[in-house]
Ligand binder design. Structure first.
Ligand SMILES: *Cc1c(COP(=O)(O)O)cnc(C)c1O
Length: 437
């Protein structure tokens, strides 16, 4: 330890005055979907524990976002801290080529055990977008290995979001989504209209027809099951998942579920696929996987997919991130999933669902509000106009709550440990944001 250094130079100790920090941030640091230099001043977070973010000025905000779906157990959780600390003392990282370790094996076994039937093999990777890249690579390579390289396109419905890297961008909503800019440069995939909220036989028929018509070119269908997240926070009937499964089986097309946002209990089922008792051929998980502690995602697949790839001319899956299977991330993910399964998470998610339904019911009556919808621990207020993001955020912060509205949406997916009082506060803040935004 460099204990001869003066205190202000020790790493990890505060020492940068907030106004300097913000000036440097603005000058040098990109933020998600941000311009350079930044136009909106971000809040400076000093620490977080339970469901609260503590700001540099001492104020505390209840986190209504779970840091984008991930911090399901809240922050600074003793069990998760112990898992990281325990692993830290052994090793933070080793390469995964030619080496393996207990955290990766335990986590993979746990994922296989808890995920829908038939998913037997786990590819660990760094982030959700990469797990979608891997899923797509698996599907394209499967058909290549079977001598059908022309099956290389993807089918999806509009309104989806699958990440920010290249292939995932190609299956995000092509209009109104965040990737419009790239239309023309991205691979051209096959789209259907967004799925209606309630089951509609005519729409189901359209899905069947489209999959049948393009079957010779399609490697896979990829969708977010039941909840479309960053593409518009829309919900749809789980019945469509059965329609997709049947159509994929009938026409020799693989089925990929992107459960990066929906996985690990958020919708009231462990995986959204469970609402329909449907198993995909490939499934992506991420976000809540580590309880929000660090970046980790995984792509699971069936033995059919793995065998198909392994029988091909190039019998390996040619993908291997430097930080694949990072032991710290795997250890905290295994602890986080253990923590989830050891508790009655269904009751907690149900409690939050009821709290959001009650707390947001009257928001639907406000002028400017087009729709209010709740599913599991997800609450969405849709306005009839684009939200004034700055004004809406400021209104929520004044109520002591952190939310991050976008487009015409003010939404919340709180940590499962959010108490009833804090939940009511989140609902009040969403209401204020809807009024001001
Ligand atoms: C967040 C998200 C991704 C991308 O994950 P990153 O970790 O941000 O790369 C992909 N798909 C869905 C459904 C997501 O919600």
């Amino acid at each position: 330890m460099p204990d001869q250094l003066p205190a202000q130079h020790l790493p990890g100790l505060p020492g940068l005055p907030v106004h300097d920090l913000l000036a440097l941030d603005r000058k040098h640091v990109w933020h998600p979907y941000g311009p350079m230099p930044g136009r909106q001043e971000p809040l400076v977070v000093d620490s977080a524990s339970g469901v609260r973010l503590r700001l540099a000025d001492g104020a505390e905000l209840v986190d209504g976002m779970s840091s984008w779906w991930s911090a399901i157990h809240g922050y600074n959780h003793p069990v998760l801290n112990d898992a990281v600390r325990g692993q830290l003392e052994k090793m933070s990282h080793v390469m995964f080529g030619g080496l393996t370790h207990e955290p990766a094996v335990r986590l993979s076994k746990r994922l296989v055990d808890m995920s829908p039937d038939g998913l037997e093999h786990v590819f660990l990777c760094d982030s959700g977008s990469v797990s979608v890249e891997v899923a797509i690579k698996m599907c394209l390579q499967y058909w290549r290995s079977l001598g059908r390289p022309e099956k290389k396109r993807l089918f999806t419905w509009r309104g989806g979001y699958h990440g920010d890297t290249w292939q995932p961008m190609s299956v995000c909503d092509p209009e109104g989504g965040m990737h419009e800019l790239w239309s023309g440069a991205l691979p051209r995939q096959v789209f259907a209209d967004p799925p209606p909220a309630v089951f509609d036989e005519a729409y189901a028929e359209l899905l069947r027809e489209r999959i049948g018509r393009y079957a010779d070119e399609l490697a896979a269908v990829i969708v977010e099951p039941v909840v479309q997240g960053a593409g518009g926070m829309r919900f749809h009937s789980p019945e469509y998942l059965r329609v997709l499964r049947e159509a994929c089986d009938a026409h020799d097309v693989l089925l990929v579920f992107d459960e990066i946002a929906t996985g690990f209990g958020r919708t009231g089922a462990l995986f959204a696929a469970d609402h329909a008792a449907v198993s995909p051929d490939v499934m992506c998980v991420g976000k809540a996987l580590t309880g929000g502690y660090m970046s980790l995602a995984a792509t699971l697949c069936t033995s059919r997919v793995a065998d198909g790839i392994s029988r091909g001319e190039v019998p390996v899956l040619a993908h291997g991130p430097t930080f694949m299977g990072n032991p710290l991330a795997c250890a905290v993910a295994d602890a986080s999933l253990g923590l989830l399964l050891a508790q009655d998470w269904q009751t907690e998610v149900k409690r939050i669902e009821t709290g959001l339904r009650d707390g947001l019911a009257e928001v639907a009556e406000l002028p400017g509000v087009a729709d209010v919808r709740v599913l599991g621990a997800i609450g969405v207020v849709q306005l009839d106009h684009p939200v004034d993001m700055e004004a809406a955020t400021r209104a929520a912060v004044r109520e002591g709550v952190w939310v991050r509205p976008f487009r015409d949406l003010i939404y919340t997916m709180p940590p499962y440990v959010t108490g009833d009082g804090d939940l009511a506060r989140i609902c009040r803040a969403v209401r204020s944001a809807a009024v001001r935004g």
